[in-house]
Design a protein around this ligand. Structure first.
Ligand SMILES: NC(=O)c1ccc[n+]([C@@H]2O[C@H](COP(=O)([O-])OP(=O)(O)OC[C@H]3O[C@@H](n4cnc5c(N)ncnc54)[C@H](O)[C@@H]3O)[C@@H](O)[C@H]2O)c1
Length: 276
């Protein structure tokens, strides 16, 4: 049995990936502090997958808690989704973003190293790219984040590159997402943030179901534009045959984490003007 640790596995992308990881025959272990998610997601994953993922409620900055997780489960690889992700919040409170996203990753990689686990997929962001009119963006486009959230992702990428350069046992994959949207086809899991949504689709969805009564009109044009761009369904990114998603297909479609020594960048989804 192969075990994969999903940090932030109760969140939007993490929960969908958890389902795909299980479908691929891996055993997931979810670590999440539930800062932006709910433990109810685990029940829903169980309903979809027929098995309940192991869950440890912990903060990735808590070294002792992480150490206990690695002692308890024979982790083979880590999918690292845990992080704060609001650009606006990061501008207002940069320290909490650097602490959560960078210190969290430093602590995680330190505990991984102590336990001989050296394979990690990092959930980075399109915010690491320099804003540009030249579309579509490509992986070697200039990097140049313009807000603390983006810089926390960029710095974390550099840290992981340096770790991989210093010790060739490390295998690092950096995934840069552009506004992933959608939900699992069962409708049981989707994007359901704890507070005011930071992304477009949950905002629209909350207006649609009456949880939020304003703000829809200015967003309609944006949503229409998004659909015209014919973006992929989020769940499809996890491994539907023919999906364009190179990164996740390695994880989910082949049922393997086939990483190269060193580090590699993969951009997911169709690059858009409005980075996430
Ligand atoms: N959704 C997007 O549009 C998008 C775009 C680009 C990158 N990303 C990145 O992908 C990752 C996942 O995004 P998401 O949309 O699923 O977000 P999300 O908020 O739904 O999921 C993140 C999860 O991490 C948990 N978490 C946060 N800090 C933690 C900590 N210190 N310790 C343990 N758990 C912690 C949260 O409770 C949450 O469940 C994030 O790192 C985000 O920056 C997301």
């Amino acid at each position: 049995m192969r075990y994969v640790l999903l940090t932030g596995g109760a969140g939007f992308i993490g929960s969908h990936t958890c389902v795909e990881v299980m479908a691929a025959g891996w055993t997931p272990v979810v670590v999440d502090n539930l800062a932006n998610s709910s433990a109810a997601v685990l029940d829903r994953i169980q309903t979809i997958a027929g098995r309940r993922p192991a869950f440890e409620e912990a903060d990735i900055r808590d070294r002792d808690a992480l150490d206990r997780v690695f002692r308890k489960h024979a982790i083979d690889a880590v999918l690292h989704f845990a992080g704060l992700k609001s650009v606006a919040e990061s501008v207002a409170d940069p320290r909490s973003y650097y602490d959560n996203n960078i210190v969290g990753t430093l602590t995680l990689t330190e505990v991984m190293q102590q336990h001989g686990v050296t394979r990690i997929v990092f959930s980075s962001s399109a915010t690491v790219y320099e804003p540009t009119e030249a579309m579509p963006l490509v992986e070697d486009a200039r990097l140049g984040p313009v807000n603390p959230y983006g810089r926390s992702k960029w710095m974390t990428e550099q840290i992981l590159r340096d770790i991989a350069a210093a010790d060739r046992r490390w295998q690092v994959l950096l995934l840069r997402y552009f506004n992933p949207v959608g939900a699992h086809e069962s409708g049981l899991i989707g994007e359901d943030p704890a507070g005011t949504p930071n992304n477009l689709m949950p905002f629209v969805a909350q207006v649609a179901v009456g949880r939020r009564d304003q703000g829809l009109r200015p967003l309609v044009g944006v949503v229409e534009a998004a659909f015209r761009r014919d973006r992929g369904h989020h769940a499809d990114q996890g491994g539907a045959p023919g999906g364009q998603d190179r990164g996740q297909s390695r994880v989910a479609r082949r049922g393997e984490l086939q990483l190269q020594p060193g580090e590699e960048d993969v951009t997911l989804g169709e690059p858009a003007q409005e980075h996430a």
